[in-house]
Ligand binder design. Sequence first.
Ligand SMILES: Cc1cc2nc3c(=O)[nH]c(=O)nc-3n(C[C@H](O)[C@H](O)[C@H](O)COP(=O)(O)O)c2cc1C
Length: 189
Amino acid sequence: MEIIKAIYQRRATRHFSDAEVTKGVAHDLVRAAAQAPSAFNQQPWAFGIFHGRERLRAYSDRAKDHLLATAEPLFGLDPRIDQYCDDKYNIYHDADTLIVIFAKPGRHSPVEDCFLAAQNLMLAAFGVGLGSCPVGFARSWFNLLEVKAELGIPDHYIAVLPIVVGYPAFPPPAVEKNEPEIACWQWDE
Ligand SMILES: Cc1cc2nc3c(=O)[nH]c(=O)nc-3n(C[C@H](O)[C@H](O)[C@H](O)COP(=O)(O)O)c2cc1C
C-alpha cells in the first residue's frame, strides 16, 4: 500500500469483526513499530502484547474501576464520563488484541520515540487490513505497580500508549482534519 494513502485513510477503529488477529501478525506489527526513528537510535521501547476478548474485557473493567476511583476530577472535562461509568462499555472496543508500548526510562527521549513507534504500528496495521485505536485512558492502569507485577512488566517501564488492533467490522467513518496552520513560512525562492 502506498504510504501516503495509508496516512490519509487510517482512522481510529472502534468496531471490530469476530476475525482474530494471529500471533504472527501481532509480532509483525511490533517489528514495524520498532523500525521507527529514535533519538541516538536508542530504540527505548518495549511492547506488551495481549490477546483474547475476555481478557481485554476484564482489563477494561479493571481500568474503568481504577479511573473512577482515582481520576474523578478529570472526568469533568471528559465528554466520555458516561461511558466509563457504563458497565457494558469496553474501553478496548471489543477488540481481540491490545499492544501496549512501554518507554524505557533513562534514555534521551523515550516517550517521544514511543509515539513515533505507535504511529508506525497503526500505519502498518492499516497496511495489512487491520484497524487500530489508541486507548490513552488505559495508560494509568498499566502504570500501576501491581498491574506491572501481575503481567510481568518491569516496574520502571512507562506505559506510553495502549493500542487495540483488530479487523474492522466496517470502514470507520471519515474524520475531518483541519488544514494545517503554517505558523511561519520563510521560503527563499
Ligand atoms: C494519545 C491518544 C489517546 C487516545 N485515547 C483514546 C481513547 O482512550 N479512546 C478512544 O476511543 N480513542 C482514543 N484516541 C483516538 C482519538 O480519539 C482519534 O485518534 C481522534 O479522534 C482522531 O481520529 P483518527 O485517529 O481517526 O484520525 C486517542 C488518540 C491519541 C493520539
